[in-house]
Design a protein around this ligand. Structure first.
Ligand code: UP5
Ligand code: MG
Length: 205
């Protein structure tokens, strides 16, 4: 993808930090295309004839990171088809331009390096931080209705461990590059979003 035309913002944070919730709002106000790596994996798992169905199910339940080849391919395909039929007629999407929120990716160093090198470099990283107690409460609450098979205590503990051991190094890597915008996502949704807007307005041309 052409670095000059395609803007990518990575949205990271622990499980339940509010990545999806904040992305939805940004889509409405800024015309981003929201691509959640987790959602793309769940779609691929449910696609009849998918080669990776069982593998994805297993990895998600165990809170492990699906091999990067699979996830990067899904993201690349989604980006290509979005650019081929843009979600709006806004100037942000004219002449092959586009702006993407990539949510929940990269969450392992190999994914980060591969995507930066072979897909496109991100502009910056929105990182939502809060405590594990808050994350747990949100996920258990959501688990009552989400139907997600990783919203149970056992999977949640595994997701937390993967986040600390495997995904935080990615955040730290981008932090050293000066690309991380950290936002406390403990307050109510609207309050967090106000802070997000300020940061996006400063950085989006
Ligand atoms: N909520 C949100 N914000 C709130 C606020 N400020 N105050 C009060 N409540 C708030 O929010 C979670 C819940 O909290 C909701 O009920 C919301 O209303 C409430 P949400 O916006 O859904 O949080 P999010 O950060 O998106 O949480 P999610 O569970 O989606 O995060 P995960 O990172 O765990 O899930 P994801 O779908 O990204 O990944 C799932 C799995 O896929 C991974 O564990 C992994 O196995 C696999 N995966 C890969 O292998 N590779 C990848 O690259 C990506 C995923
Ligand atoms: Mg999500």
């Amino acid at each position: 993808f052409d670095q000059e035309k395609v803007t990518v913002i990575f949205v990271l944070g622990g499980p339940g930090a509010g990545k999806g919730t904040q992305c939805e709002r940004l889509v409405k106000d800024y015309g981003f295309k929201h691509l959640s790596a987790g959602d793309l994996l769940r779609e691929e798992r449910n696609r009849p004839g998918s080669t990776y169905g069982e593998l994805i199910t297993e990895y998600i339940r165990e809170g492990k990171i699906v091999p990067q080849e699979v996830t990067i391919k899904l993201l690349e395909n989604a980006m290509s088809s979005t650019l081929a039929s843009p979600p709006s007629t806004d100037s942000a999407w004219s002449n092959g331009h586009g702006r993407f929120l990539i949510d929940g990716f990269p969450r392992k160093m190999d994914q980060a390096l591969k995507f930066d090198e072979s897909v496109v470099k991100s502009s910056f990283v929105l990182f939502f931080s809060t405590t594990e107690a808050i994350l747990l409460e949100r996920l258990l609450e959501r688990g009552k209705t989400s139907g997600r098979d990783d919203d149970n205590k056992e999977s949640i503990v595994k997701r937390f461990r993967t986040f600390v051991e495997t995904s935080m190094p990615v955040v730290d890597y981008y932090r050293k590059l000066g690309k991380v915008v950290e936002i406390d996502s403990s307050p109510p949704i609207d309050e967090v979003y106000q802070k997000v807007r300020v940061e996006i307005d400063q950085r989006l041309s």
